[in-house]
Design a protein around this ligand. Sequence first.
Ligand SMILES: [Zn+2]
Length: 129
Amino acid sequence: MSKAPGWFASMLSQKCPHCRSEKVFLHPSYSFSFLQMHEKCPHCQMNFEPEPGFYWGAMYITYAFNAGLAITASLVMFLFFGNPDIWVYVGVIAGLSLVLAPVFFRYSRMILLYGLGGKKFDATLYKKA
Ligand SMILES: [Zn+2]
């Protein structure tokens, strides 16, 4: 039996937190169906929505991602691009937020699922993909 990846690598690759074998989302991040998730893990049957409204909390994580993005982009523009006009800040931050929205959406859900999903990793369920 091969060794399972660590929890962080599994979360980055958007795998089920219980078996770390199957993807949580059905389609790639940059597709029109990027929102769709499996209801249950196809391998271990872990329920990916443990309770109704489980992912409402992911909004706060997305907010934190966007705040971090705005602060980082502002610092980079201020320090390395000579403090441009305010509309440049607004345009760059809004553009990056839109481009990164699917990534932020998915990783905020993954953080919530790994943190509060209610299932720990079970090494006996891991199968090499
Ligand atoms: Zn699973």
